[in-house]
Design a protein around this ligand. Structure first.
Ligand code: IMP
Length: 379
């Protein structure tokens, strides 16, 4: 199989999990390369529905090695729970490899995610409140705690102690929240380290050896193109590189060793959280009216558009070809999988957006400037 990046070509929830499940068994390695447990997809196992948030879907196939790459942010408590749930269902996690360079989501990251959002008021991003943004902030500020630090008790204590000087001050003085002690955090996190230690690996080296040995890799993207920190609808984005380019930095495999980029698009579009959405069909409770609100409601109901991670009702709208063209460019798509076409059977007539209109001007391309995008009307 050609080494392939599977990437969301919209705002996430395109049905990546479904396509991954279809093709993952054909690959030797399945690598998550960004994001954390803000992602979620449902896997049908026998007669049960299982929700995966952090575990690469390769775990469902005995032959594939599931890999949590270096640019993923890991909440160890969530991972340990997810592994226990899978093991209880008879799905072995023994092949899992976790990059020693992946960053760890700490308890204060989750608190700060919620507090930051609250302080933004009506301009809030609508995050999943899993601590994703604050964890990536620490990574970029070079203050993060990595999986390899978690595995070394002495280093971990030292890093937590240093981090708490700032974090406690922010939690208490800016947000009036509770603070943490080193002991409290160690008590919760060190047992996770003992469970996860056997899975830690130098994954970049391992994957490059695999490439040399002619093995195949599926890079499993989470979220989607328009949630990418660089190419998405900033600031209404997540904090990682969801686009195909992120697969190289997020795994340590060079771009020349990636053969194909498979973009997943849904036959209509959904979005969770805030931010511009030109083809949105607003629900009645969000100020939508008449047939458009009804069409939005139909897409939501027929398409079961509720978040796997948060249970939130997703915003729904018609297919947007401007976004499709943009996603093809910024990811270098070689292939496309179109999902959930059957949902459109609920309509006699469907719409497809081919361009935008803003201030009397026509845009055939995705406008980078928010002042245009926020006011874009679909044509
Ligand atoms: P965060 O990733 O929790 O920081 O959230 C930032 C934005 O990305 C919010 O609008 C979320 O709703 C959105 N988001 C994060 N993960 C997903 C996902 O898996 N599907 C769809 N939207 C997501």
């Amino acid at each position: 199989m050609p080494n392939t990046v599977l990437v969301g070509a919209q705002w996430g929830d395109e049905g990546k999990g479904k396509i991954t499940d279809l093709i993952a068994s054909k690959y030797d390695y399945v690598v998550r390369y960004q994001g954390g447990n803000n992602a979620g997809h449902t896997v049908i196992h026998g007669d049960k529905k299982l929700a995966l948030h952090l575990m690469p879907s390769g775990v469902m196939y005995e032959n594939a090695v599931p890999v949590i790459g270096n640019s993923v942010v890991v909440d160890p408590g969530v991972l340990v729970k997810e592994m226990a749930m899978l093991e209880a269902e008879g799905i072995s996690c023994k092949n899992l490899k976790i990059s020693c360079d992946a960053h760890v989501i700490m308890p204060y990251h989750k608190d700060l995610d919620g507090a930051d959002e609250k302080s933004l008021g009506e301009h809030k991003i609508g995050t999943t409140k899993r601590g994703i943004g604050p964890c990536y902030q620490d990574k970029v500020a070079r203050k993060g705690i990595r999986i390899q630090d978690l595995m070394d008790e002495k280093i971990f204590r030292l890093k937590v102690e240093t981090a708490l000087v700032q974090k406690n001050a922010i939690l208490e003085k800016i947000y009036g929240l509770h603070t943490y002690t080193v002991e409290e955090i160690c008590e919760e996190y060190l047992p996770y380290a003992r469970i996860l230690k056997q899975y830690m690996a130098e994954t970049s080296q391992m994957l490059n050896d695999a490439v040399r040995a002619g093995k195949s890799i599926l890079f499993e993207g989470a979220q989607g193109t328009l949630l990418d920190i660089d190419h998405g609808t900033y600031p209404y984005v997540t904090s990682s590189s969801c686009c195909a380019g992120g697969a190289a930095t997020g795994s340590g495999v060079g771009p020349v060793n990636i053969d194909r980029v498979l973009g997943i698009q849904k036959a209509y579009i959904t979005r969770v959280g805030g931010g511009p959405f030109p083809t949105e069909l607003k629900y009645a409770e969000d100020g939508g009216e008449g047939i458009e609100a009804e069409e939005g409601e139909t897409l939501c109901q027929v398409g079961h558009e509720y978040g796997v991670t948060t249970g939130r009702k997703r915003r729904c709208g018609w297919f947007d070809a401007v976004i499709a063209r943009y996603a093809a460019d910024v990811n270098g798509l070689t292939d496309v999988a179109l999902t959930k076409l059957d949902v459109l059977s609920a309509f006699d007539t469907i719409k497809v957006c081919v361009a935008y209109e803003c201030n009397g001007e026509r845009y055939d391309y995705f406008p980078m400037q928010q002042r245009v995008l926020f006011h874009a009307k679909p044509i």
